[in-house]
Write a protein that binds this ligand. Structure first.
Ligand SMILES: Cc1cc2nc3c(=O)[nH]c(=O)nc-3n(C[C@H](O)[C@H](O)[C@H](O)COP(=O)(O)OP(=O)(O)OC[C@H]3O[C@@H](n4cnc5c(N)ncnc54)[C@H](O)[C@@H]3O)c2cc1C
Length: 605
């Protein structure tokens, strides 16, 4: 009966957190969606009463804002044109996938950014249902791809490394002995931490419903819910200590989770974000990529919504009549030379603006300055994500294990008891990285062999030297000679012995130690330092902002929630001005035509 709470560390392992999404192939679907987009500017000469909305950014927040605006405006009978401007060539922002070997036909795509969401993510869960998107569970659910698990009984799914030793390991499924070990090591801390997490998440969930929803001021609502200053105003370390959660469990398990999820230690990250890291029940991902939620949302806002990809908003000017002029530049491949691009600059006028990206990364000029609030430039983590394929598993020697002991396929990290590294990237400490995961086996079509697909989260660029050390071999050699008879073996063979074997058999072939490597550095999420004041949702009359929520919680769900919140506030404002109430959706036909088109658009997806 009390077993479930003990699954907290298992959940931690299985969420393998934001690192282990293994997706179904869906490249063609993605392309089809992009190709179906209307990339022409929406008519802005419609009737005076038709509201013109610009959304800057097509990540979770912008797509959700468009989707919910359309729903609320239709329900209120208010006609509206939406233009979504996105500087990237895709929808999803920090939720995007790539293909191993850059080969869409060979393997499933892999998440480069946001990898998982959980069952308390109500907006994403509803989108999964509404758009009938295929999900892949990480918590007792379906698994895809061939398992990388060794048959060896000693193989562990997850371990926690502190730069000196692996302090905790668990297997795929916990046995009674494992539960015994857990109690022995951490006492009741896992149980207590779980009930604390539920209490905090329960308060947060009130933000979805009336009378709290929609909220104008995040600072006020977080205060009213009792989350600030008690939980957001203190570090995770202070909060856990105050609540009587044991230091060992906090350092080894909870901190491993705050590091893999937010690249931050417990002495830096605030209490709410710490608890979010423990809310892993029902972790899942969308087959083919989580971005599919956001393309579905953006397209469901059609018709009367245009999506302008490869289009950067350069400037916003508030005019004397209260409208906003946007200057945008669109990049298109040149017809004469496809390798170069042509830039087209356009200006358009809007009644409402929703800025759905952290202001500090938009390079926007805003004139004059917003009158109600200007978002602060809060520091963001500069996270290096490294994906690579190799025929080799991690070297036990690199993690101070005996040569024949397999290394857990996911390594999270924590600090040593005596370590107190500085803040920012230095916070990584002796471990040197936040996580390393063997995601799955993949097929290398170049060699026809099976290889391992890895993901590393680190505060610095991963260099060859580091890869050589974790794989236990020099990866800088262009290719290496191997004996086919031994190439499937997982424990590195001593070099002298290998040379002898090769000389004896005379049968060798070459393969690359690293066959594919993809690096990406993100401004991934803010440094979630304790705070009680958050950026406001309203910057000026008819000018809204979503990214303030990231200083509170930074996830796909919370960005989507902020997009929905802003959409509700906008439509409430129109209704307060006396708009709508015509009985239809405001387009003069009682909504029939638009609803039919909406239905068709959804069917296409
Ligand atoms: C490596 C990594 C792992 C993560 N893991 C998870 C996870 O497992 N689960 C989870 O829930 N969250 C995770 N997150 C966090 C999550 O990705 C973000 O919180 C969320 O996606 C933010 O969405 P957003 O719409 O607010 O911002 P963004 O996704 O950043 O969207 C903003 C968009 O605005 C566009 N833009 C910016 N400036 C302009 C301009 N001037 N003109 C036009 N367009 C512009 C950008 O191109 C971008 O597409 C992770 C993030 C990273 C980087």
């Amino acid at each position: 009966m009390f077993l479930k709470p003990l699954l907290v560390p298992v959940a931690l392992a299985l969420h393998l957190s934001w690192v282990q999404a293994q997706q179904y192939p869906d490249h063609h679907d993605h392309q089809a969606i992009l190709n179906s987009q209307n990339n022409q500017p929406e008519e802005t000469t419609a009737a005076q009463s038709t509201k013109r909305v610009a959304i800057i950014g097509a990540g979770a927040a912008g797509s959700s804002a468009a989707y919910h605006l359309r729903q609320y405006a239709n329900a209120a009978g208010i006609p509206m044109n939406i233009s979504i401007f996105e500087k990237n060539g895709y929808i999803g922002g920090r939720s995007t996938t790539v293909w191993a070997y850059d080969d869409p036909d060979a393997n499933e795509p892999v998440e480069l950014g946001a990898s998982i969401f959980v069952e308390v993510n109500h907006i994403l869960m509803k989108a999964v249902e509404d758009f009938d998107l295929p999900i892949k569970g990480f918590f007792g659910g379906e698994k895809t791809g061939k398992s990388t698990r060794r048959s060896d009984d000693e193989a562990h799914a997850m371990g926690i490394w502190n730069g000196e030793e692996i302090v905790f390991k668990i297997k795929d499924s916990m046995s009674w002995t494992d539960y015994g070990k857990l109690f022995w090591r951490y006492g009741l801390a896992p149980l207590k931490a779980r009930s604390l997490m539920k209490e905090v998440v329960g308060k947060f969930e009130k933000m979805y419903d009336e009378p709290v929803f929609p909220w104008k001021s995040l600072s006020n609502v977080v205060y009213q819910l009792g989350l600030s200053p008690a939980v957001t105003g203190v570090t995770g370390e202070e909060y856990l200590k105050e609540k009587g959660i044991g230091e060992l469990f906090s350092r080894e398990i909870i901190q491993a989770s705050t590091r893999v999820n937010y690249a931050q230690n417990l002495n830096a990250i605030h209490g709410v974000e710490t608890m979010v890291c423990m809310a892993t029940d029902g972790a899942m991902a969308i087959a083919g990529g989580n971005w599919r939620i956001f393309t579905s949302m953006a397209h469901a806002a059609t018709p009367h919504t245009s999506i302008h990809l490869n289009t950067t908003v350069l400037s916003i000017t508030r005019e004397a009549d209260g409208t906003y002029t946007l200057t945008t530049t669109t990049s298109k491949p040149s017809s004469s030379s496809p390798s170069s691009s042509v830039l087209t600059t356009t200006t358009s006028i809007f009644d409402i603006l929703i800025l759905a990206a952290p202001l500090q990364f938009t390079n926007l000029t805003i004139h004059p300055s917003p009158r109600l609030h200007t978002p602060s430039a809060i520091p963001y983590v500069h996270l290096h994500v490294t994906l690579f394929t190799t025929p080799y598993l991690l070297s036990p020697l690199a993690f101070n294990l005996p040569p024949t002991t397999p290394v857990p396929q996911t390594l999270l990290t924590t600090l040593q008891p005596s370590e107190s590294p500085g803040s920012g990237p230095a916070g990584v400490g002796e471990a040197g990285f936040f996580s390393i995961s063997v995601l799955r086996e993949v097929e290398n079509r170049g060699t026809g062999g099976r290889e391992y697909l890895y993901k590393i989260f680190s505060p610095h660029r991963v260099e060859d030297e580091f890869l050589s050390s974790i794989l236990g071999r020099d990866i800088s050699s262009e290719s290496e000679v191997v004996d086919p008879a031994t190439e499937e073996e997982e424990t590195p063979e001593p070099e002298a012995q290998a040379r002898h074997r090769r000389a004896k058999t005379g049968q060798t072939k070459s393969r690359k130690p690293i066959s594919w490597l993809h690096r990406h550095a993100w401004h991934s999420y803010p440094y979630e330092t304790p705070r009680t004041v958050f950026d406001e949702a309203q910057l000026d009359d008819d000018f809204w902002y979503t990214a303030g929520i990231e200083g509170f919680i930074s996830t796909m769900e919370t960005s989507a929630l902020m997009g929905k919140n802003v959409a509700r506030l906008v439509v409430d404002g129109w209704e307060a001005e006396g708009m709508g109430g015509s009985g239809g959706d405001g387009y003069g036909d009682g909504g029939r035509v638009e609803r039919e088109k909406d239905k068709e658009a959804k069917t296409e997806l």
